[in-house]
Design a protein around this ligand. Structure first.
Ligand SMILES: [Zn+2]
Length: 249
């Protein structure tokens, strides 16, 4: 039994009358998914990105080396909302607000944002899923945990539809999600998972990230996945060597 507690946020369903964020704010040096700014060059684009080249616990990975473990039930308490959506030029990103928490290793991690990759970044026995969602959490001490959720083609996904309805495809133009739905609306009923230690899959490729990959994919329609892909392109970093790592299952 995997347990999930999803509470309707107080603001759920309310119209949000905040100010729409304007413009494209400058990030660090430019990187992309192809050509001279592509993944194999990330480590040289900026000294801050050196872990992209030097790291030995990088993500994503091909999950094919498993150890049977008695992993504890995933304790997710999402009581907050999905607040704002933006196409930041690398991904479609939704910021979260309110108390959305997962406790792993006795440490509470709070959801900051979630975003998408087409096709999936992590692969299972060499196979990609058509899309992967990353729910990025941070602890008080600044440690990161990502819950990865795979999407397969099937029924229309109602949570994804809300994201698609409110987002502006134009890069950098933040929009409020006018229906403040719970980020946990994306998750499958059963929260069985794989676990491994990895990194951010984008520069600066910071390591020490706890990865929780949900075993059960959820469905999204062919049209929804095609729309996401049309906006993001192929935004998957190639899988990285496992080196000494194993994947707990
Ligand atoms: Zn990601």
């Amino acid at each position: 039994m995997r347990k999930i507690i999803i509470m309707a946020g107080l603001a759920s369903g309310l119209l949000f009358a905040g100010v729409t964020g304007a413009g494209h704010h400058a990030e660090h040096k430019h990187w992309s998914y192809k050509g001279s700014e592509g993944p194999i060059h990330w480590g040289e684009i900026d000294p801050k990105f050196r872990m992209c080249k030097l790291g030995v616990n990088q993500s994503p990975i091909n999950m094919n080396r498993f150890i049977d473990a008695k992993l504890p039930d995933l304790q997710i308490t999402y009581a907050g909302i999905s607040k704002e959506v933006v196409n930041n030029g690398h991904t479609i990103k939704v910021t979260a607000s309110g108390k959305n928490e997962v406790v792993v290793d006795g440490i509470p991690f709070e959801l900051m944002q979630y975003h998408f990759h087409t096709p999936s970044e992590n692969t299972l026995n060499g196979k990609h899923f058509p899309m992967e969602g990353h729910f990025v959490h941070k602890s008080k001490d600044g440690e990161y945990l990502v819950i990865a959720l795979m999407f397969k083609e099937g029924k229309k996904n109602s949570a994804l539809e809300k994201v698609l309805t409110y987002l502006d495809p134009k890069v950098g133009n933040k929009k409020n999600l006018k229906e403040m739905f719970n980020p946990g609306d994306f998750f499958p009923k059963k929260l069985d998972y794989y676990r491994y230690d990895g990194s951010f899959t984008t520069p600066p490729c910071t390591e020490g990230v706890r990865w929780i990959v949900l075993k059960n994919p959820v469905e999204a329609s062919k049209e929804q996945i095609a729309k996401m892909h049309a906006m993001m392109g192929n935004n998957n970093r190639p899988t990285q060597p496992l080196h000494a790592r194993v994947i707990l299952k």
